[in-house]
Each structure stands twice: as structure tokens, then as C-alpha cells.
Design a protein around this ligand. Structure first.
Ligand code: NAD
Length: 244
């Protein structure tokens, strides 16, 4: 049985990804810092391990790998999905907010990828990073979020370039809007309307639609794909239309 580590697995895109991996016959180490939610969803799912850790904390990330490798001696994929968002004008983004977003969205991807690399070398496995269309192009009111996700896109290319010789593939999915707790908190009615109007498919994506692409890129079906940024966004990025 193959093993994936999925961070931010307690809800949203991470939970849908966990469920699809399980349908594919994989087991999943579900990592999240929300203990209550994590234990509830992992407890209801076979072939999972609840790993209550914070991806932005180096000691926690070491412990995440220890817990996972005790449970499964091999790791075939790491999905760096845990993320947080902020919403507001540049002038209101204080340094605490900036650091909070960077610590999870960018430091977390760096720390988890580095910690998982020895195990992924052994399995010739895959890393899949979750960025955002906000990392592909600038929009207003999300300076820290957009910058952190642009960093994730570059980190994907750095890791793909360096880890390819070990057979490790590193790819990135850049989601468009998906109705989850994260987006509901930051999408105003004006933004929701603008997305509907400017996305060629005229709707938000679903968690499952994201999971399909994430799991494909982690699977052997994508054996010759690495260093790629795949926008799963209903065509939003291809149109060049901006948000308010
Ligand atoms: P969500 O808020 O529903 O889920 C995120 C999960 O990550 C939560 O369970 C949370 O507890 C966990 N988490 C946050 N910080 C953590 C940390 N430091 N350590 C461990 N766990 C942590 O969000 P979602 O919408 O499912 O987002 C998943 C990913 O997709 C994020 O990286 C997000 O930036 C990205 N994304 C989402 C959208 C969208 O519209 N929902 C769009 C583009 C990109």
C-alpha cells in the first residue's frame, strides 16, 4: 500500500485529497494543527493516521516525519496543502499578519519538503505543492497571501530541478476559487460576483475537482511530469481578467 502525507487534511481541499487517495488504495498521514477537527475526520476514516502538528514549526515537522515513518516505513507522496489567507489593503497588513501567512504558506512548504526528502529519495516519490492563482498574478487585497504563493511556485521549480536526479517529481497545483472555510472568510460578495463573471466556466471549483488533479500528479500516471504549475481554475488565469 502506498503512503501519502497530506498537510492541512482536516477539512477543505486536503480532506478531499485524503479521500481520493484512499479510494486509490493509498493510506494517508493526515497532518493538521486543528486537533479537534483532525481527530474527528481521521477517526471516521480507515487507513489514516492523525498527525496533529503545525507545519510552520521545525520541531513539529520533525515529529510529523517521526510519527509517519513509525506508522509507515515508506512515504510515496507529500502534499503541501496547509494554508492560511489574509485579506485587506497593503497599508493594513502589519508585520505580524505578514509573518503569520509566510510561516504557514511558505516556511511550511520548505520545512515539510526538506524533512520528507530522505524518505522520498528512498521511494522515488513525489511532492505536490498547493499554490493559488494569486501566486500566478497579482490582485488587490492579498499582498502576503499572493507573495507567499508566488514563493511556493518558485520553490516547486527549485525542488524539481534539484531533486530530479533522485527520481523525486515536484509539481504544483494553483487552485482558482473553491468554497472552503479559507475562501469564505476572505471572499466578499463583490469578489464572489467578479469570480463568477470572469471565470470562463462561470463558477467556483469543488474540492473534489482539485483533488483529482493533485492525486493524478502524485501518481505513476504522471511519471514524466515534474516542475509544472497546473492552474485548476476554470480558465481564470488564461483570460487575463483582473479582480476588483
Ligand atoms: P481550509 O481553511 O478549508 O483548510 C486548510 C487546513 O489547513 C485547515 O484544516 C487548517 O487547520 C490547516 N492549517 C492551516 N495552517 C496550518 C499549519 N500551520 N499547520 C498545520 N495545519 C494548518 O482551506 P482550503 O481552501 O482547503 O485551502 C487548502 C489550500 O488551498 C491552501 O494552501 C490554500 O491557500 C489553497 N487555495 C485555496 C483556495 C480556495 O479558494 N479555497 C484557492 C487557492 C488556493
Amino acid at each position: 500500500m502506498k503512503t501519502a502525507i497530506v498537510t492541512g487534511a482536516a477539512r477543505g481541499i486536503g480532506l478531499a485529497t485524503t479521500d481520493l487517495f484512499r479510494e486509490m488504495g493509498w493510506q494517508v498521514a493526515m497532518v493538521d494543527r486543528d486537533r479537534e477537527e483532525l481527530e474527528k475526520v481521521a477517526g471516521a476514516r480507515e487507513n489514516t493516521l492523525a498527525v496533529c502538528r503545525d507545519v510552520s514549526n521545525p520541531q513539529d515537522v520533525d515529529a510529523m516525519m517521526r510519527d509517519t515513518l513509525f506508522w509507515s516505513p515508506t512515504v510515496d507522496a507529500l502534499v503541501n496543502n496547509a494554508g492560511v489567507a489574509e485579506f485587506g489593503p497593503i497599508e493594513d497588513c502589519d508585520f505580524t499578519t505578514w509573518r503569520r501567512v509566510m510561516e504557514t504558506n511558505l516556511d511550511g512548504v520548505f520545512l515539510c519538503s526538506q524533512a520528507a526528502t530522505p524518505a522520498l529519495k528512498a521511494s522515488r516519490g513525489a511532492i505536490l505543492n498547493i499554490a493559488s492563482i494569486s501566486g500566478l498574478r497579482a490582485s488587490t487585497l492579498r499582498v502576503a497571501y499572493g507573495t507567499s504563493k508566488a514563493g511556493v511556485i518558485h520553490l516547486t521549480k527549485q525542488h524539481a530541478a534539484e531533486l530530479g536526479e533522485y527520481g523525486i517529481r515536484v509539481n504544483c497545483v494553483a487552485p482558482g476559487p473553491v468554497k472552503t472555510k479559507l475562501s469564505i472568510a476572505v471572499h466578499s460578495p463583490e469578489i464572489i460576483k467578479a469570480y463568477h463573471d470572469s471565470i470562463p466556466l462561470n463558477r467556483y471549483g469543488s474540492e473534489r475537482e482539485l483533488a483529482e488533479v493533485i492525486c493524478f500528479l502524485c501518481s505513476d500516471k504522471a511519471a514524466y511530469v515534474t516542475g509544472q504549475i497546473v492552474a485548476v481554475d476554470g480558465g481564470f488565469d488564461s483570460t487575463g481578467v483582473g479582480l476588483p
